[in-house]
Design a protein around this ligand. Structure first.
Ligand SMILES: Cc1cc2nc3c(=O)[nH]c(=O)nc-3n(C[C@H](O)[C@H](O)[C@H](O)COP(=O)(O)OP(=O)(O)OC[C@H]3O[C@@H](n4cnc5c(N)ncnc54)[C@H](O)[C@@H]3O)c2cc1C
Length: 461
């Protein structure tokens, strides 16, 4: 746990939401000696029983936030079982007929990260242990946010209590209330779009998975591709459990009020009728799994306004097709934590400038993850630019993830702090830092624009 000392910053940040993003930010702020309080709607920090994978960018960010996070991750992380798959992210295979290999996608980092996965509930427990109990407030569902005459923020909760802070960061997930206040939308659902896919999620004991699939397919990450669907499996919990997510297209709008529909009987088996043997074996082991609708955000015009900012899924909820959403939340926490802890930050008046630098550096990259993730989902279901052409899909998969994993996080940090310090230089009459900072950000924006145009051109080929 980070220690408090006399170098504490003279302002307090309120974090709304204690998921992976909120907790990572709280740890980051404490590491930077920024006083922080976390307000979580649930009765405790909790996650669902399912797996989650992290790429090299996310793991590097954990280390840079606080080596204690990386250590916590390491105690829970599971990698592929086979030596040959140590650096493998996913073995992409044909889902119909024989499970022929389409592409073995591997990370190229020094640590051979490959697919490093955790059981969500176990990991959140490890992270929560890094925070002192007194900063966490449970049963606090945010319903109102107001700026007081003093400039401070007032948070109002469903239980009729209030709290105050110098600034607020909304880490309250895909249906974020803080985002609603910040972007002035009528409802948290207004800028969410059904992605045209839902997923069945399940956990299978590795003993049973091995019996049905054999040691190699069960103990190493696989994705089975086919028309209008794909199935992902990978080991978690130190190889004791196989995590399964089966994705299926739905052309019609999502009509259910809830995003999670229970008791769908054998619907999941009908959804994959005619698929190959490994897929059938996996489905046999699932027991009427829930159906989860997948939504993503339309791009927000900003991640901050005055003394309010949003982070993680609240800012850029994505479909999960590149396994990158939580990793982006951790990158956000690294950058925002460091900006708020910047040595030159003297008081609360600097916070909006820190938020603006965070927005400028984080928005282009995290929104690109959202758009490219959608495109990946199409490719997996044979609806990408190459349709069902295996050679084309292979070529795309082998280069799809590198830009996410190979991000230079130190350089992102440097850009962000250069911008913040540049704003200060402008305030005192010199602006070189700001010019360089903005030049770097515009370069990223232009690269993003070019890649979107290329995706569009390929899509309309
Ligand atoms: C099927 C699936 C698979 C995925 N797999 C991966 C993967 O392998 N790798 C990866 O990186 N990402 C993955 N993701 C994405 C990842 O789950 C999310 O990006 C990540 O959990 C977001 O974390 P967060 O902290 O921003 O939001 P959340 O985890 O949603 O946390 C939000 C928190 O805010 C609280 N809250 C909500 N509203 C309020 C309120 N009004 N007041 C107070 N508290 C509130 C909630 O209770 C919750 O604790 C996957 C997503 C899905 C759907």
């Amino acid at each position: 746990m980070s220690t408090e000392n006399s170098t504490q910053k003279p302002f307090t940040i309120a974090i709304v939401g204690g998921g992976i993003g909120g907790i990572a930010l709280a740890i980051a702020l404490r590491h930077q000696h920024v006083p922080v309080q976390v307000y979580e709607a649930a009765p405790e920090f909790a996650e669902i029983g399912a797996g989650m994978a992290f790429g090299p960018n996310a793991i590097r960010s954990m280390e840079l936030i606080d080596p204690a996070i990386r250590k916590a991750f390491n105690t829970r992380a599971t990698k592929n079982g086979a030596k040959e798959d140590e650096a493998t992210w996913i073995n992409f295979r044909c889902g119909l007929g024989e499970p022929d290999l389409i592409a073995k996608v591997q990370t190229t980092d020094h640590d051979k990260t490959g697919l490093s996965s955790v059981h969500r509930a176990h990991f959140i427990d490890e992270l929560a242990d890094l925070l002192p109990e007194e900063i966490a407030h449970f049963g606090k569902r945010l319903v109102g946010l107001a700026t007081l005459d003093s400039g401070k923020m007032q948070l109002a909760f469903e239980d009729d209590t209030t709290a105050h802070a110098d600034a607020v960061v909304g880490c309250d997930g895909v249906r974020s209330r803080v985002r609603q206040f910040l972007l002035d939308t009528k409802s948290p659902l207004e800028d969410l779009t059904f992605s045209g896919k839902y997923a069945y999620r399940g956990l299978i004991s590795m003993g049973m998975a091995k019996e049905a699939l054999g040691e190699y397919l069960s103990g190493n990450s696989q994705m089975y591709l086919g028309p209008e669907g794909h199935i992902l499996t990978y080991p978690i919990a130190h190889g004791k459990v196989m995590n399964v997510i089966a994705f299926k297209n739905q052309d019609t709008p999502w009509e259910h009020e809830s995003w999670v529909v229970k008791n769908q009987g054998d619907a999941f088996k009908r959804d994959f009728e005619g698929w190959g043997k490994p897929v059938q074996s996996i489905l046999q082991l699932l027991d009427s799994p829930d159906q989860w609708a997948l939504f993503d955000h339309q791009p927000a015009r900003t991640y901050c306004q005055g003394r309010v900012a949003i982070l993680g899924d609240a800012a850029h909820a994505s479909t999960p097709h590149q396994g990158a959403g939580a990793g982006q939340a951790i990158e956000d926490a690294l950058i925002l934590g460091r900006l708020l802890g910047d040595v030159q930050t003297q008081g609360a008046s600097d916070i909006p400038a820190a938020f603006r630098a965070y927005d400028a550096v984080r928005r282009p990259r995290s929104q690109k993850v959202v758009t490219t993730s959608r495109a990946a989902g199409l490719t997996y279901a044979f609806q990408g630019p190459d349709g069902g052409d295996v050679a084309g899909i292979q070529e795309e998969l082998l280069q799809r993830f590198q830009w996410i994993w190979e991000e230079d996080m130190e350089s992102q940090l440097a850009q962000a702090t250069t911008m913040l310090r540049g704003e200060r230089q402008v305030a005192v009459g010199t602006g070189r830092g700001l010019v360089w900072g903005w030049a770097a950000v515009w370069k990223q924006v232009l690269e993003d624009l070019v890649s979107r145009v290329l995706v569009f051109i390929r899509g309309s080929r």
